[in-house]
Ligand binder design. Structure first.
Ligand code: GTP
Ligand code: MG
Length: 205
């Protein structure tokens, strides 16, 4: 798949305001500041599409982008944003979890993880929650340009080992950098198979 066109559709604070679920959809989630908006811009070749910031908590709404006039790419707010009070954080997380559970056209949730760190409980907890809710996920390691190859390898292995404590089979994992565009082709190809399922069998009818 090639991303030819990406347009911003809308930014919402209520699930009921999301676009009609009549197209396939994939969404990006992860801790605040992990690089969700930057990765969306990298995939779409447009630095201005999704708003990014070095300050965590930039994306506070659900943002739909229409790609190739045919499917939605969704930028979600980050979880675990420490600066807001507990009550606000709770209502915010309810908002995101309700989107994830109820959005009927959501085909895959990409969980972004900062490749620089040791496995973090908040990410493991979130991934476990997705497992319980049977949400199809894929993992995306971000900001790999900030690490030496050997450090990256160690950190990835740590994540895989930690997840193997919970699961025998792990979700697919992508290794990416919004800076160097590492992983771009692989990720786009994987998303393509989800949003543009092949018509291989169509001729056989
Ligand atoms: P929230 O919307 O606040 O949840 O954050 P986010 O996950 O959307 O992160 P965002 O894309 O805004 O990026 C956060 C910061 O990390 C910005 O300063 C980006 O420039 C930086 N960043 C994102 N991806 C990369 C990357 O691959 N490499 C490097 N070096 N920096 C990155
Ligand atoms: Mg963002």
């Amino acid at each position: 798949m090639i991303i030819k066109e990406a347009t911003f559709v809308k930014s919402v604070t209520k699930i009921s305001q999301c676009p009609t679920p009549d197209k396939r959809e994939v969404a990006f989630i992860g801790r605040s500041n992990v690089g969700k908006s930057s990765l969306i811009n990298m995939l779409c070749n447009n630095r201005k599409l999704a708003k990014t910031s070095s300050t965590p908590g930039k994306t506070q709404t659900i943002n739909h982008f229409l790609i190739n006039k045919s499917w939605y790419l969704v930028d979600l707010p980050g979880y675990g944003y420490a600066k807001v009070g507990k009550a606000l954080r709770q209502s915010f997380e309810n908002f995101i979890s309700s989107y994830i559970i109820n959005r009927e056209n959501l085909d895959c949730l990409f969980v972004l993880i900062d490749s620089r760190h040791e496995p973090r409980e908040i990410d493991m907890e979130f991934i476990r929650w997705c497992g319980e809710k049977e949400i199809p996920i894929a993992l995306v390691m971000t900001k790999t340009d900030k690490l030496k190859p050997s450090e990256l390898e160690t950190n990835i292995k740590n994540y895989q080992d930690t997840m193997h404590r919970d699961w025998e089979e792990l979700p697919p994992m992508f290794i990416t950098s919004a800076e160097t565009k590492e992983g771009k082709e692989e990720l786009i190809e994987y998303i393509g198979n989800i949003v543009e399922p092949s018509n291989d069998f169509a001729d056989e009818e």
